[in-house]
Design a protein around this ligand. Sequence first.
Ligand SMILES: Nc1nc2c(ncn2[C@@H]2O[C@H](COP(=O)(O)OP(=O)(O)O)[C@@H](O)[C@H]2O)c(=O)[nH]1
Ligand SMILES: [Mg+2]
Ligand SMILES: [Zn+2]
Length: 317
Amino acid sequence: MTLQRRIRRRAPPQGAVADQDTQRDAARVIARYGSEIDILSGNGTPIRVQLRRRVDDVVCGDRVYCEEGTRIVAQRAERKNQLTRRDNFDRHRTIAANIDRVWVVVAPHPEIPRQLIDRFLIGILNLPAHPGLVINKYDVIDAPTERALETVLANYQNLDLPVLRVSARTGVGLEALRAASAGGSNILVGPSGVGKSSLIQALLPQENLRVGDLGTTGEGRHTTTTARWYPAEGQAAWIDSPGVRDFSPEIGTVDELARGFPDLAEHADHCRFRNCSHRAEPGCAVRAAVTRSALPAARLAAWLEFLSVVEDLPRGR
Ligand SMILES: Nc1nc2c(ncn2[C@@H]2O[C@H](COP(=O)(O)OP(=O)(O)O)[C@@H](O)[C@H]2O)c(=O)[nH]1
Ligand SMILES: [Mg+2]
Ligand SMILES: [Zn+2]
C-alpha cells in the first residue's frame, strides 16, 4: 500500500455526544467487543453493557453514560482526542480515545522500524498527545545492535522525546516508565511481539494480560486483539493495543505535517521564505542546520518524503 493512499484527511466526528461539563459521572470504557463494551464500575470491576446504533462510535478510553437503571449506553462524553488507524480494508479504525501519552514500543531485533517511529511521531503530535519511545527487550541486546540503535536514536535528539530502554523480562527501566506515566492515560503502540502486553503485565502484576509469541502453533496466538484500559495508581492508566505493522498519520496539510517536526520548525523560523519547503529555496535555515550538523540529515529526509505525499493530496474535502 502506498504512503499516498495511507495518509488521508480526518473523518468527521459522529454519534450522540455529550459536552465537557456534563462528564462528571461518566464511566470509563475499558474495551469494546462488537456491540458491547466493558465499563469500569465504581469499585473497579468491569461491567458489560450494550451499545445502541445511535451511540455506536465508542472505543476504549471513552467515557459513557448509561440509561438510568439499565445496562444500555445512552450517550458518550466528548473526546479529548482519538488515535485512529486504517485497517487492511482501508477503513478508519479508532483504536482508543482520551490519550495523554503515546509510547511507541519497539524491540532492537530484527531492526528498529525507523519509518514507523517517524509516522507515529507525526500522528501523536497532531492528536495532540505527548510522544515517548520505549526500547524493550534490552536484556537481549548485543553490542553491534546497540550501536546501530544509538545511531537511529541520535536522529531524535532535538525532540522533546523521552527514550526509555527497558526490559519487561528483567524489570530494567520499568520504574522510569512508571514515573513518566504518572497522572495520565498512556497507550502502548507498535508492532506485534515487541512486548507491549508484557510491559503492562510487569507494571501491573495484579492484572492478567494476554501475552505470547506470534506464530505459536497449537494453542493459537495469544495476542492482543482489541485495545484495553488498565487503571493504575495515582490517576494513571495504561492502554494495551493490538500490534500494527504499519501506521499512517491522518494529516492533510503542510501545517499538520510541520507539527510532527518541531525540531525542523525551530530552524524554519529563520528561513528566508515563510513557506519554505526546505527543498531548494535560497536562504533555507533548515538545510543550513543540516550542513553544520545541528539537525540530523535523516530528519530533513523524513520531512521531504512526507511533504511530497501531503502536497499530492487532493485539495478540499
Ligand atoms: N527477552 C525478552 N522477551 C520479551 C520481553 N518482553 C516481552 N518478551 C517476549 O516477547 C513476546 C511477545 O510479547 P507480547 O507482550 O505478547 O508482545 P506484544 O505483541 O507487543 O503485546 C513474548 O514471548 C514475551 O515473553 C523482554 O523484555 N525481553
Ligand atoms: Mg499484545
Ligand atoms: Zn527552509
